[in-house]
Design a protein around this ligand. Sequence first.
Ligand SMILES: *Cc1c(COP(=O)(O)O)cnc(C)c1O
Length: 427
Amino acid sequence: MTVTEPPSATSDRTHVWQAPDALRRTDPQIADVLAAEAARRRESLQMLAGENTASQAVLAALSGPLVDKYAEGYPGRRHHTGCAAADAAELLAVGRAKELFGADHANVQPYTGTTAMLAAYAALLCPGDRVLAMSLQHGGHLTAGSRANFSGRWFQFTGYGVRRSDGLIDLDQVRDLARRERPKAIVAGGISYPRDIDWAAFREVADEVGAYLIADAAQILGLVAGGVLSSPVPHADVVVGATHKMLRGPRGGLLLCTAELAERLDRAVFPFTQGGPSMHEVAAKAVALQEAAAPEYADYTRAAVDNARTLARDLTEQGLRPLTGGTDTHLVTADVSSLGVSGREAERRCAAVSILLGKCALPYDTAPPAEGSGVRLGTGCVTTQGMGTAEMGEVARLVGRALRDSEGSAELAAEVRGLALRSVPKW
Ligand SMILES: *Cc1c(COP(=O)(O)O)cnc(C)c1O
């Protein structure tokens, strides 16, 4: 009798990606481009808040045979034939998502977080409806009503913000605006809000005015899976997630909702906003969701938050001012203006020595939006890479030196590279 090993929920991230022979033979130019990108990632500090590092298992599923499959529709009711494997992969992904988040229903087909938001709006709203969401200046995503995005064009948005005094969401303002505007939906969540969100309080406001509650949890859903942040699932009508951020899966979106809304949400994804699903991504999402159910993943999310808290504290010593004074997440949003640089210049100076972080406008920012006064950092990648709180002290000192150095010194760049190469991927 053969004994099958239980599947390993974590998988090797210690590799340095190499172009497979088939790619090298057929297209050496693209093989070189990809190899250079792999080296860049390995040799620099990846602090962009929305990025992470997918496992070998996720990459393998992405390059598997489902890349070729057309499977419009849903398991058991496809518009194409030959969908046995597509159905099996999607049922695994949906089942794992429901189990991991305790949701009645999951849709794993959205191509990205943005198309998942589009589908959430399409399921609940009609063009012209009013929506209350975090204003873009205060950390709302483009889908929270940017005029450059479908959301701002097709719906009437009102923005709520954070308090000037402590940087926290002002729930009194949310309630006042909801009473005044009577929105059809309220969106809770954003791209740079570093604190746990009181989903129950948002639910109460939504119920008072008869609005749907959409949780935009794209940035933080992995932290919910790991149990370090409170879950929007019991409170929101629809939860929007992205699978490539803290969840460490393939690029893609994920939707969770109540049983009551399941049919409407599925139809809002296909056929309303999308065509055939990317079934290789669906298979890779299943892999990532299995990985995220393992105890090691919960440890990883705790480590990412510990790292972010330490980083916020140590950046304060470097003269940056973290919004809200710290973080509950993997994110640190910090004001750099006291160092005499804009967010844009801070981003440039850090990039010059291979520290990749993002510029951002801050709530109540007086700098032009293209400049901004802040930077946003995330600990998703560096934690995956095996760094702990000791290394965060070093990262903060390197960031501090980079911000004071307009030239991008070779010595500093060498230290950054040394730190990046020294860490041994652990999760
Ligand atoms: C990343 C993100 C999105 C959009 O996800 P994409 O996959 O980039 O389209 C939406 N909302 C929030 C809060 C995000 O962080």
